[in-house]
Design a binder for this molecule. Structure first.
Ligand SMILES: Nc1nc2[nH]cnc2c(=O)[nH]1
Length: 435
């Protein structure tokens, strides 16, 4: 089962997915192809055939386009305050604990294992300000065969960050970001699945202009991906307007932080001029629908972004979002979009209540979690197609089937009902990561 575009999927039965020595899909042979039987026999003879049970299906592995690894111990708690208070009261104190490398090792091993169990083969991570802990995250990804994109978080603004969890200065933050780039280069020399460093200004409020400038220059020097949060809610959107007299996206752009390798989380408050700027620069939005219910103050109009060809993928935003599962986030993206479409205030008439044409489908959500994420990270993955990385999940159709179903129906049931227990095997670059 694979997306062919934002609205359509292709579901086929009885195919052979042939994987080459480099972990790419070499070809997909259909049962109707003349060579099917020969290719199958060759695989059997070479002891290379992995066959599925009749109720199992292969989907591309998911790409989590926005996740805060250090917040994993807080997943499912502390969702009772607005973003700025939540950061101060729960999140910064938790992240400060990663000065303890042993704590980092324990949490990161557990998190990466859990993401793989949920079918996530690539993740774009925020780490913390501590490089030793960030390196442990990278090592956990290598151990579990997950493709990590990992950022040393940079945050130096004394007005918006606590004394015990802040970079000593803009200069130190930039130097340590550069140091982390080299640490990953070294790790990659022996890693099966490569880990990529990401330039990570936390967001405009927690960075001084000097830091934003330094990070923009570093991203250009090494041609690296960039991640941050942009226009996540009214408070964040208002911060740039008040302090810079500019929109959040303009501030990031001014410092060279909006490029075609940038991924900006949330964006619920982006206006049309921001979206046009994102499109011109090739910036991807990481849609985090569960988190947005708690902290976003609005619903990202995914349907509009897809229609106007803004790049958009899906993130869990642990722990702003409580679930490590992208299945859960796809479901929430559909639910939120329907509420945006219908509106929620019963005092208003149906005509006034909603926003027209905003509902998305399970197929749209699946596209975000696969193709959208791959585009955001410039990866050849997210589809079951020759030339694409063999990042795959084998999923057992959940729950009992009472009558014949079309493959489209089975797809929908998987998207709406699968849990990690239904994900039987996970492969990253053709190598087993689960099962
Ligand atoms: N959701 C979310 N938004 C942020 N903005 C700045 N930091 C964070 C964070 O950790 N989570």
């Amino acid at each position: 089962m694979t997306s062919i575009d934002a609205d359509n999927i292709e579901c086929r039965q009885h195919q052979l997915i042939c994987i080459d020595g480099q972990g790419y899909i070499d070809r997909v042979v259909d049962e109707t192809d003349a060579e099917f039987e020969t290719v199958r026999q060759e695989a059997v003879a070479g002891d290379k055939l992995i066959s599925l049970n009749p109720d199992e299906y292969i989907l591309p592995g998911f790409i989590d386009l926005h996740i805060h690894a250090p917040q994993w111990p807080n997943a499912g708690v502390a969702l009772d305050r607005p973003l700025n208070e939540w950061l101060d009261v729960y999140t910064f104190p938790m992240e400060a604990k990663y000065r303890d490398v042993e704590f980092a090792k324990r949490v990161y091993d557990d998190l990466v294992n859990e993401l793989i169990a949920n079918g996530t083969t690539t993740a774009l991570y925020f780490g913390t300000i501590h490089n030793e802990a960030n390196l442990e995250l990278a090592k956990a990804c290598v151990r579990h065969n997950q493709r990590g994109f990992i950022g040393k978080v940079a945050m130096d603004n004394p007005e918006e960050t606590p004394e015990n969890y802040r970079d000593a200065s803009a200069k130190v933050a930039v130097e340590q970001t550069e140091e982390f780039i080299h640490q990953l280069e070294e790790l990659n020399q022996t890693a099966m699945v490569k880990q990529t460093p990401v330039i990570t200004p936390r967001f405009v409020p927690s960075c001084t202009p000097e830091l934003l400038k330094g990070l923009g220059e570093l991203a250009a020097k090494y041609d690296l991906p960039i991640q941050s949060h942009c226009s996540e809610n009214d408070w964040e959107n208002g911060f740039a307007l008040e302090h810079y007299h500019k929109r959040d996206s303009e501030v990031l752009d001014q410092y060279g932080l909006l490029t075609d390798k940038s991924v900006m989380a949330h964006g619920t408050m982006l206006n049309q001029s921001d979206l046009t700027r994102f499109k011109q620069r090739g910036v991807a939005v990481a849609h985090c629908p569960i988190s947005n219910v708690f902290f976003g103050d609005a619903v990202l109009p995914v349907s509009k972004l897809l229609q106007q060809h803004n790049k958009v993928g899906m993130g869990t935003d642990i722990s702003g979002g409580y679930s490590p599962s992208l299945y859960q986030n796809i479901r929430q993206s559909v639910i939120s979009s329907r509420m945006l479409h219908q509106g929620v205030d019963p005092e208003l008439s149906p005509e006034e209540r909603g926003t027209d044409n905003q509902q998305i489908t399970a197929k749209n959500g699946f596209y975000l979690a696969t193709v959208g994420g791959a585009e955001g990270l410039h990866l050849k993955t997210g589809q079951i197609k020759a030339g694409y990385l063999a990042d795959l999940q084998v999923v057992k159709a959940p729950l009992t089937k009472f009558e014949d179903e079309s493959l489209d129906q089975t797809f929908e049931k998987i998207i709406y009902q699968a849990t990690k227990h239904d994900i039987k095997q996970v492969f990253v670059r053709g190598q087993v990561a689960k099962g």
